[in-house]
Structure formats: structure tokens, C-alpha cells
Design a protein around this ligand. Structure first.
Ligand code: BES
Ligand code: ZN
Length: 920
């Protein structure tokens, strides 16, 4: 075999294929048959690219496997005799080269470690000539949630039905057919699916005909796609039903037959949102149809396959009588997100996964832009800054990463689907839009999409498109309203968008701006906000920060681009207070030094509505986060929190909970009941007035309704007597009616949680969960059952629940003071099964890891966590970022407790003393 390896290497060398190790045979990877594999990188060579795929796929839903044939037309850019492409866990056979001079078999080598095949030709494929390769393949339908995978569901009569669906992003098209599985290898796809007559098949494109095959099978032929990446290919074989509507575009929603009556809302939303994007992007939707399908087994939330987006059932199905306001908001946002991708991601695609944020940050951002305009009644604006808080949580750890980060292997690629790509991406786009003006931003986006349609991009292409928008040639063909905009305005032409934005996408973390007002002078300085005890880690960072501010004497928004480490602003007159980062449209924190925080506390105490709800939420967030890094004393943050007894706006209230609740959650995992209860009492007291004012109905705006369910759930979980009494009564009534009584949707979570506290109540809920067809009701029952304090780990849960819902339940149990040890033990004991099912690096796994452990605050727990993750190997996940995040979070909790527990105790004592006196 050393002879063979020598000849192959020599041949490669002669043919000029770029061999990174200069043809040293001994360093080449070894293929499965023992021969050297002629390529040693994870990324495919650029010598050959695919132009067109002809795919025939035949899934067998009885034997749960599939066979197929792929014929790939190639574009040869450099002479070569080797074709490297991807295939994963499939048998390959009958590989042929269809060359101008005839058909010849190809020799196949497999290198499973990189999911690669090498097809070796005994003659050279010459540049510019047309070749095709044809491969036959066979594999099992996957038992996971990616590739071509099996899904099943139970009808109300108990029958189990099987179907097959695809999820290819990011690196799983290669598990369904041999392909060049990188986003920059765009090609056209012509797909045929063989099925039984009792099923239907759908795919990216409309069906053009169905052919009957000998033996009674049917073959559906789908129209050829436009140029697209492999990760966007999709096909489903099922017994789904559909509902359709045709306005500008033909849109259909597919679901299992018994849930088809829950698809009306999604259908309307899809019609409305696709029309919105047509108009916003000024480019019509590119395909003849769009289908949305609710898949019974689905790992993520949804997927933007071109022409056929797929969803979790809870993400798409809506029952007007049983779904909640936040269900409606969630479903509308998911659809808005996946449809935004049909342009941002599908039409214009990132060159490689390092710039994943280009599509994910953008789609997340567009959820808010599109809903704001198409669904003003949902007031989505009330929720955006929550995304920036989420992003800051991971971005304040030294294990964070820049928005654009080099990645290579599938695990690293999966890990890019995180809060940095999505939420930080969306927040920095929002900051830029606010800085450039919405009109200028829109013009730049349209130019970007038009310029790069059917192509691939890197971040700097976006920045260039957003620079000098009014001087571009593209504008001539653009819209009237944009030409008018440019004619009217003198936009700063020298503005270097790229220089500004590079500081946000190429550096990790975010700045803390310290503001100190002295008379008319405002001193500014910036540094990295980092939760660490090693200050050297914050050095060397500098951002260009689009600051905004207003003052006690002027509520017009002032702007200033802070480019240096320190600077000084001059106010026209002396002021009582300043508020920076107006409405939190910027991705940075602010520390008000000197008397700054005190003047803000006074303002909130006496006249909190002088600031917007978002500004108030922002101040609550900032002041508590500054306690964590020792910039502000805990007393100051707690003094600020006192004004919350008069707060009514959703973001400020939920942020108040968001900062205060974790403090007692940390204590619940330690033996310190007295302080824990004092803290719980303080929070209930703070919001008592607001809780008492809640009606037990479904009235009001979306924000009011979301807030109501939140408050009542909190009150009941915290045993607030009026809430418990009412919820108990309602639960009993509901139970007595055998679940037929229709409860107001907003209060069901509180009612179920109280009901689940008794064994009879829990069992009744469980029975109803088992038989319900309403996804949102089921999901509330499921959560309620995990909040119980019942000790006996109620049996048979696992057989009834879908595995896709397991991670959520584990996390929910881990937040239960009676369950957190159980959840951690479960995670450890089932680690290997979990990573196999949900894949290393997936956000499902990292979410479980961080959420199960993020309320630990003792050295013992840290040691335990370290010893488990320390025992993993690279194959079982030791390199995952979430492990570092977990360590850092627990370390931060320990520091927080060490520093602040005595202060918290003293402050609460002082306060209860004061309250007792006031009562006299
Ligand atoms: N492209 C993603 C789906 C995805 C996620 C593929 C992770 C591969 C790995 C899709 O557009 C998406 O972002 N889905 C979100 C839901 C959305 C509303 C934020 C998800 O699944 O969480
Ligand atoms: Zn997305």
C-alpha cells in the first residue's frame, strides 16, 4: 500500500492540486480503505464547483431508510483529476463520470472524519469543459433532528404515523445526499421524490408533475430552483393537510390533519409579512410559492428553507380561543424571521459561517422592524431591548467572541447560532439604523441586496453598501421616495461606517461609558464591561460609540460619536440630570459617576415618567450590572429599585424582576432560608399594588396581557395569598368541569401551577396534557408540572413527552428549588445520549448546560461542575464554549455573594425596620 500512496501523491503533485503539506505522503489523512486521502483540509478545494444537482430521493417510511441518486453538473476552474465533496454516514455506490468523451466509473475514497469523499478520475478534468458526476447512495432516516430525519406523531385515536423531513443547516445536507456542502457553492437543484400514494411530498419548488412507477409508487417532479446554497434545500414526505391563500404570492401552511384548523393565523401572517418584505426590500419574493410546515419533531424554533420554511408546532399553530398574547407575538415573530431570510440569507448569503450574524442578526432585527409596521397592535417595540440585555449577558464574559469569528468544524459552526450572532447582531444593527436614520439605513440595505443577489458576502460588503448611500449609481434605478430623501438631505458623506462597525463586529464585548457631570462639563470615558477579577483583561479595547443623551432641560435627543478613550462634552446650561443611551438604542452600558446615580434615583422617585419605559428598564439593568463589577454599591441599586412600586410598564417591570429574582434564586440553592424569604417578601411588596390591580381576564393590549400572566404567575409561585386563593378556586372549577370550562388564557399558567401542587391536580393536568391537541395549552401544562414541589418525580413523564421538549423541561426543573439537583444529575447521567441526539455545540445543548448551572454560587458546586466537564474529551464536548461560560458565571455568582450578602442583609433589615415604624 505504500506504493499506491506514493503514486497518488505524485500524481497530485504533478496535477498541481494545492497540497498544503507539499505532497508528503505520510501526512495525508488515511481513507477508510487504507489509501491516502488526497485532501487534508476541512474546507473544500475551489478547483471545482457544482452548477446543478439532479436529485432523486426515495424514502421508505416503513423500513425507515432512503436511497437516492445525485447527478451533479460541475464547473471545473482548474485542471484536476480529483473531485472532493461531502457525504456523511451513507453508503455510496456506482459513481460515474459523465464526460464529453463518454461515461467512466470513478474511484471513491472516503474520509469520514471530515465528512468527505474523493472521486478519483484516471483522466484529467479540464478547465472550462462540462462534466457531470453521478452517485447512488443509501442511508437510514436519521433518529436525530437533522439531515433527512424521521418524525412521528400520534392521532387522537392513538395511531402512530411516521413522516420524514429535512433540516440541513448548517452542515447536514451532506447526510442526505452527496454535495458540496458549503454556503458559497450555490447551484440549481432539480428534485424528484418517490413516495407511496397515501403520502404527499413537498419541496422548495412547486410540483410540476407526478409520474406513476411500476409497483404503484409515485414520483413527484419539482421545478428547478434558482441558484442557492445546499443548507436551504428541503423536502418533506408526510400525510399533512394544507390551507392556502393566493394574493401576490401563493402561500400554504401544512400541518398534521388534526391540527390543520390551527393554521389560519399563520397563513394570514405569512401573506401579510411576505408582502411587507416585497415592499421594504424593493425586490419581489423570488419563488413562485412559499409553504410553511409545522413539523411534529423539530429541534430549533424554525428554519428558513427557500420556499418551504419549517417550524416547531408551537411556533406556527395558533388557536384563537386557547393561545395567549405572547403565543401570538411569538408566532408572528418566527414567521417574520424566516421570511426575512428569504432575502437576507437566501438571496444574499454569507460567504462562510464566520459571518453567520449577517443573516441571523439581520433576521432577528427584521422581526422588530416588520412587526412594528405590519402589526402595530403587537407593540413589539416594547420588547426589543430585552434582546440587548440577553446579548450583554454572554458578551460580558471573557469567553465571549466577536460577532465575526473564524470557525471551521461543524461544532464551532453550530456554536455560532448564539446570542452574539442573533441578539448582539440585531442590537448593533439597531444602533446603526438609529445613527444613520431609518431612511438611509433602508436605502443601504436595498442596495446591498440588489448588488449581491445570488451571491455571497462578508461583513464589509454590508458596511460599504451603507456608506455614501446617496452618491451611488444604484440609486438611479431605486425608488422615488429614496431619491427624494437624498435630494432633501445633506448626509455626512465622509462617514466611515465600516470603521465604526468594525469596532463592534471584530472586537468581542461592549463598552461601559462612564459619565461625570461637573457644572456644564460632561466627562466621558470608555472601557470594556467585563465580569472578571482580572482587570488586565479589559485593556486594549476601543469602540466608536454613537452616544445619545437627553437632560432635565431638554428632551430632544443629542448625539455624539465617542471615538476616543476619554472626551468632554459641554452642555448649554447646568442640569439636574442626564440620561445617556436614550431608549437604549445603543449597545453599551452607562455608569453615572459622582452624584449621577443619586440624581437619577431622585428623578425616578419623584417623576419617573419624565423618562420612557425603555429608559427606566435600561437604568435598572445598568445599575444592577454595575454592582456586579463593583462600580456601584448594592445599596444604591436597591434604593433605585424602590421606585418600582409605582412602575406599570412591561419592560421596566420585567427588568426589575430580572435583576431582583436571581438574587433569591441564588439563595434557594444554598441553606439560607431567612434572608431568602426576606428578599422574596421585598419583591412581593414592591409589586403588590400592581398585582392587586390585575384583572383575571384577557383584556388589554399585548403588553398588558403578557405582563398580567407574568405577574399572576409570580404572585402564585410566591404564595401571595389573594392569588393562591383565586387560582385554587379556578383550578377546582376547571377540574370539576373535566377541563371543559374555558379559563381566561392569560391566567392559566398561574392556575395550572397552583393546581399542580397537589398529587390529584398534577395527575389531572398530566391526563389533559397527554390528550391535548392544542400546542400552546400543552406547553403551559408541561411547564406547570415542572414547577411543582411534589417530591416523587412523577412517573412515566418521559413516555408521553416528545424528546424535542426534554431540554426545556430539564431547564425548567433546574429552576425549581426542589429539582435543581435532579436536573444536574440528569444532565450528567445522560450526557452521551443528549449530545448524540441534539448534536455537540447546538444551542439546545449549550442552553441546557448554562441554564442548569447558572444559579450555582458555591465553591463546592463549582468544583462539581468542573469535575464533570473536566472529564469530557474533545469528542464528547470538552471544547464547547458553554463550559467556559458556565465556569465564569458560577465564579461571578460566588464573587457577588461574597461581596454583597452582608449588604443585602443590612439593607433589608433597615427597610423592614422602617416599614414597621411607618405602620405604627
Ligand atoms: N436559521 C435558523 C435555524 C437554525 C438554527 C439552523 C440553528 C441551524 C442551527 C432560523 O432562521 C432561526 O434563526 N430560527 C430561530 C427562531 C427565530 C425566531 C429566532 C430558532 O430556531 O431558534
Ligand atoms: Zn434565522
Amino acid at each position: 500500500s505504500s506504493f499506491i500512496s506514493f503514486t497518488f501523491t505524485l500524481e497530485l503533485f504533478v496535477l498541481g492540486l494545492p497540497l498544503p503539506n507539499q505532497g508528503q505522503a505520510k501526512d495525508l489523512p488515511i481513507a477508510t480503505n487504507g489509501q491516502p486521502f488526497p485532501w487534508d483540509r476541512m474546507r473544500l478545494p475551489k478547483t471545482i464547483s457544482p452548477l446543478h444537482y439532479d436529485l432523486t430521493i426515495h424514502p421508505n417510511l416503513t423500513t425507515l431508510d432512503f436511497t437516492g441518486v445525485a447527478r451533479i453538473e460541475l464547473d471545473v476552474h482548474e485542471d484536476t483529476s480529483i473531485i472532493i465533496l461531502h457525504a456523511k454516514q451513507m453508503q455510496i455506490s456506482n459513481v460515474l463520470l459523465l464526460a464529453p468523451e463518454g461515461i467512466r466509473p470513478l474511484h471513491v475514497l472516503e474520509y469520514p472524519h471530515f465528512h468527505q469523499l474523493a472521486l478519483l478520475s484516471d483522466s484529467v478534468l479540464t478547465k472550462g469543459r462540462k462534466y457531470e458526476v453521478q452517485l447512488e447512495f443509501a442511508a437510514n432516516l436519521s433518529d436525530s433532528y437533522h439531515g433527512f430525519y424521521k418524525s412521528s406523531y400520534r392521532t387522537s385515536s392513538g395511531e402512530v404515523r411516521v413522516m420524514a423531513s429535512t433540516q440541513f443547516e448548517a452542515t447536514f445536507a451532506r447526510a442526505a445526499f452527496p454535495c458540496f456542502d458549503e454556503p458559497a457553492f450555490k447551484a440549481n437543484f432539480t428534485i424528484r421524490i418517490i413516495r407511496e400514494p397515501r403520502h404527499i411530498a413537498i419541496s422548495n419548488m412547486p410540483k410540476v408533475k407526478t409520474v406513476e412507477l411500476p409497483g404503484g409508487l409515485l414520483e413527484d417532479h419539482f421545478d428547478t430552483t434558482i441558484k442557492m446554497s445546499t443548507y436551504l434545500v428541503a423536502y418533506i414526505v408526510s400525510d399533512f393537510l394544507s390551507v392556502s391563500k393566493t394574493t401576490q404570492h401563493g402561500i400554504s401552511v401544512y400541518a398534521v390533519p388534526e391540527k390543520i384548523n390551527q393554521t389560519a393565523y399563520a397563513l394570514d401572517a405569512a401573506v401579510k409579512l411576505l408582502d411587507f418584505y416585497d415592499n421594504y426590500y424593493d425586490i419581489p419574493y423570488q419563488l413562485p410559492k412559499h409553504d410553511l410546515a409545522a413539523i411534529p419533531d423539530f429541534q430549533a424554533g424554525a428554519m428558513e428553507n427557500w420556499g418551504l420554511s419549517t417550524y416547531r408546532e408551537t411556533g406556527l399553530l395558533f388557536d384563537p380561543d386557547r393561545s395567549s398574547a405572547s403565543d401570538k407575538l411569538g408566532i408572528t415573530k418566527v414567521i417574520a424571521h424566516e421570511l426575512a431570510h428569504q432575502w437576507f440569507g437566501n438571496l444574499v448569503t454569507m460567504e462562510w459561517w464566520n459571518d453567520l450574524w449577517l443573516k441571523e442578526g439581520f433576521a432577528k432585527f427584521m422581526e422588530y422592524i416588520s412587526l412594528d409596521i405590519s402589526y402595530p397592535e403587537l407593540h413589539v417595540d416594547d420588547f426589543f431591548l430585552g434582546k440587548c440585555f440577553d446579548a450583554m449577558e454572554v458578551d460580558s464574559l471573557s469567553s465571549s467572541h466577536p460577532v465575526s469569528t473564524p470557525v471551521e468544524n461543524p461544532m464551532q459552526i453550530q456554536e455560532m447560532f448564539d446570542d452574539v450572532s442573533y441578539d448582539k447582531g440585531a442590537c448593533i444593527l439597531n444602533m446603526l439604523r438609529d445613527f444613520l436614520t431609518p431612511e438611509a439605513f433602508e436605502i443601504g440595505i436595498i442596495q446591498y441586496l440588489k448588488r449581491y443577489s445570488y451571491q455571497n458576502t462578508v461583513s464589509s460588503h454590508l458596511w460599504e453598501s451603507l456608506t455614501n448611500i446617496c452618491s451611488s449609481d444604484d440609486l438611479d434605478e431605486g425608488r422615488l421616495k429614496h431619491r427624494e430623501f437624498c435630494a432633501k438631505r445633506n448626509l455626512p458623506s465622509g462617514l466611515d461606517v465600516r470603521a465604526i462597525m468594525d469596532t463592534w463586529t471584530l472586537q468581542e464585548g461592549f463598552p461601559l461609558v462612564t459619565v461625570e457631570v461637573r457644572g456644564r462639563e460632561v466627562r466621558l470615558s470608555q472601557e470594556r464591561y467585563l465580569k472578571t477579577d482580572d482587570p488586565s483583561l479589559t485593556e486594549g479595547f476601543l469602540w466608536q460609540i454613537p452616544l445619545t443623551y437627553m437632560t432635565s432641560t431638554s428632551n430632544t435627543i443629542q448625539r455624539f460619536l465617542l471615538k476616543t478613550k476619554t472626551d468632554i462634552l459641554y452642555l448649554p446650561e447646568e442640569v439636574d440630570w442626564v440620561k445617556f443611551n436614550v431608549d437604549m438604542s445603543g449597545y453599551y452600558m452607562v455608569h453615572y459617576a459622582g452624584e449621577g446615580w443619586n440624581s437619577i434615583i431622585r428623578l425616578l422617585q419623584h417623576n419617573h415618567t419624565a423618562l420612557s419605559g425603555n429608559d427606566r428598564a435600561n437604568l435598572i439593568h445598568n445599575v444592577f450590572q454595575l454592582v456586579s463589577i463593583g462600580k456601584v454599591r448594592l445599596d444604591t441599586a436597591l434604593e433605585l429599585s424602590l421606585y418600582l412600586s409605582r412602575e406599570t410598564e412591561i419592560m421596566a417591570v420585567t427588568q426589575g424582576f430580572g435583576e431582583l429574582v436571581p438574587l433569591y434564586k441564588l439563595m434557594e440553592k444554598r441553606d439560607m432560608a431567612a434572608l431568602e424569604n426576606q428578599m422574596k417578601g421585598y419583591i412581593v411588596d414592591l409589586f403588590r399594588g400592581l398585582i392587586d390591580r390585575q384583572e383575571w381576564t384577557d383584556s388589554g393590549s399585548v403588553s398588558e396581557r403578557v405582563l398580567r400572566s407574568y405577574l399572576l404567575l409570580f404572585a402564585c409561585v410566591r404564595n401571595y395569598a389573594p392569588c393562591v386563593t383565586k387560582a385554587t378556586q379556578l383550578f377546582n372549577k376547571w377540574k370539576d368541569s373535566d377541563g371543559t370550562l374555558s379559563l381566561p388564557v392569560d391566567i392559566t399558567m398561574a392556575v395550572f401551577v397552583i393546581g399542580a401542587r397537589t398529587p390529584e391536580g398534577w395527575d389531572f393536568l398530566f391526563e389533559k396534557y397527554r390528550h391535548s391537541m392544542q400546542m400552546s395549552v400543552k406547553s403551559r401544562m408541561k411547564t406547570a408540572m415542572t414547577v411543582t414541589s411534589l417530591q416523587d418525580n412523577r412517573a412515566s413523564y418521559g413516555e408521553v413527552m416528545k424528546t424535542q421538549d426534554l431540554p426545556g423541561v430539564v431547564v425548567s426543573v433546574s429552576k425549581n428549588p426542589h429539582g435543581y439537583k435532579l436536573a444536574w444529575d440528569f444532565l450528567r447521567a445522560n450526557w452521551h445520549t443528549l449530545i448524540k441526539k441534539f448534536d455537540l455545540g447546538s444551542s439546545t445543548i449549550s442552553h441546557m448546560v448554562t441554564q442548569v448551572t447558572n444559579q450555582y454560587s458555591t465553591r463546592e458546586m463549582l468544583d462539581e461542575v468542573r469535575s464533570f466537564f473536566g472529564s469530557l474529551t474533545e469528542e464528547t464536548g470538552s471544547e464547547m464554549r458553554c463550559i467556559q461560560q458556565t465556569y465564569e458565571t458560577i465564579e461571578d455568582n460566588i464573587r457577588w455573594m461574597d461581596t454583597n450578602l452582608p449588604l443585602l442583609q443590612a439593607w433589608l433589615n433597615k427597610r423592614s425596620h422602617k416599614v414597621a415604624h411607618e405602620d405604627l
